[in-house]
Design a protein around this ligand. Sequence first.
Ligand code: AMP
Length: 118
Amino acid sequence: MTKAYDDQNIFARILRGEIPNKTVAETEHTLAFHDIAPHTPNHILVIPKGAYVDFADFAAHATAEEITDFHRVAAKLCADWADGYRVISNSGTHGGQEVPHYHLHLLAGRPLGPMIQR
Ligand code: AMP
């Protein structure tokens, strides 16, 4: 079931220009910017400009053009990290999602350790 989109979330406010961000890439459908509290030397967030709550919402309801553009932006950034990277998307309570607007975390710049705690 798709959750209702809250248009007061912080990434919606960034997209409306109400609060600043450190943009690293922008297209018609996608925005990438530095995470305000980076977990790694390189920590970039990639968000669609459309109103999607999480991965399942985006993958089910975005247009093919939005989906392609979003992944091409993320891939272009990841391709710069020759030593590797990790891509994470959190959803809901168990996923630890803080901001209810779909986003990828692109993490790089040091060894990242185990994928998750067991
Ligand atoms: P998540 O827990 O997957 O929803 O991740 C939300 C991320 O958004 C966290 O890593 C925060 O540090 C980041 N964040 C929150 N507010 C901002 C902001 N104003 N600019 C950039 N990143 C933010």
